[in-house]
Design a protein around this ligand. Structure first.
Ligand code: MG
Length: 321
């Protein structure tokens, strides 16, 4: 099942993607309960995070809603579904999550990317993680607005794991129980701050990774049962139609269970948390073809969809002296 956050008119809604249509989750659930004469037992879900907090119960309800709507659509009750189903092309798809408790990103988790950035063969022995603020999140179609002084803007397609179940000290064998699903995160980076110009070769993570719009996310949150082998998926990224990144998730040094088990030794994982699993080779850092205003970036992961954004340069407000 693919879930989305979308705007129809002025309202932000939680949706279930059904081919080229989207079902309004709350509206459909309300109608389903009315038809089955069941009293309204709970208030509508405010957003994706509220949905994820419900855990397995939320997923079960979503499946029930999806099955019921599809059945109604096949039968004579199609008219009753007016206002519950929309054409995907006619609504604005927003990031699946705009308020995750945490966005944790792995650096250097693909062998090929380590070679292009660090230039040596030594592999990390532990996770290297940085965090992005929620203000970095933008949705499909939103512009990647960058500070005017940014000269070395880069892209990184990544498989983002979305946490569904709270946990601390999660054992390796239970780690996947805490996953709700997956989405795409484009880990936008300003390579000027990667440390190549710093005498101590220090990475300045804040400037490199945290600015507004540096985390395009989406288009959908795909529940984990749809992606049987998240390490076997293919990740591809195009800039202006030219294929720049094309790799398989199997290249990951630290696999998803290990990332969850290790991070939860230090921090409580909560529903809605995002763990982005790193990027493969093909970034602008290796080609020196940095992104510029007007560039169209498209990220695609098998089974999830395609995330498209355009680079836009902000007006200068303040310049570093
Ligand atoms: Mg990255």
């Amino acid at each position: 099942m693919k879930l989305a956050t979308f705007r129809q008119g002025r309202e932000v809604r939680l949706g279930i993607v059904w081919d080229d249509k989207i079902i309004d989750f709350n509206a459909a659930l309300r109608l389903l309960r009315k038809k089955s004469s069941r009293p309204e037992t709970s208030s509508p879900l405010a957003d994706m995070k509220s949905f994820l907090t419900l855990g397995a119960r939320g997923v079960q309800t979503a499946r029930k809603v999806e099955t019921w709507v599809k059945k109604q659509a096949e039968g004579k009750s199609r008219a009753a579904l007016r206002g519950l189903i929309f054409d995907l092309s006619k609504v604005k798809i927003l990031p699946p999550l705009s308020n995750p408790p945490k966005i944790m990103c792995l650096a250097r988790n693909y062998v090929s990317h380590i070679r292009e950035v660090i230039g040596d063969e030594s592999l990390p022995t532990d996770l290297l993680i940085f965090m992005k603020p929620t203000t970095a999140i933008i949705g499909p179609g939103d512009p990647i607005t960058v500070p005017p002084e940014c000269r070395e803007l880069d892209h990184e397609i990544e498989l983002a794991v979305v946490i569904g179940q709270k946990g601390r000290f999660i054992p390796l064998e239970k780690a996947m129980d805490h996953v709700a699903g997956y989405t795409i995160l484009n880990d936008i980076s300003d390579r000027e701050y990667v440390g190549k110009n710093d005498p101590g070769r220090r990475v300045n993570w804040f400037f490199m990774k945290a600015p507004d719009a540096f985390a395009p996310l989406g288009p959908y949150l795909v529940l984990k049962d749809e992606i049987k082998d998240p390490h076997g998926i293919r990740l591809r990224l195009w800039v202006n139609g030219e294929l720049r990144q094309d790799s398989l998730g199997e290249e990951m040094i630290f696999k998803i269970p290990e990332i969850i088990a290790r991070t939860s030794q230090f921090i409580t994982l909560e529903p809605g948390d995002i763990l982005s699993t790193g990027t493969p080779t093909g970034t602008s850092f290796s080609t020196q073809q940095y992104l510029k205003a007007g560039d169209v970036i498209e990220c695609e992961i098998e089974g999830i969809g395609r995330l498209r954004n355009i680079v836009k340069v902000e007006k200068p407000m303040y310049r570093k002296q």
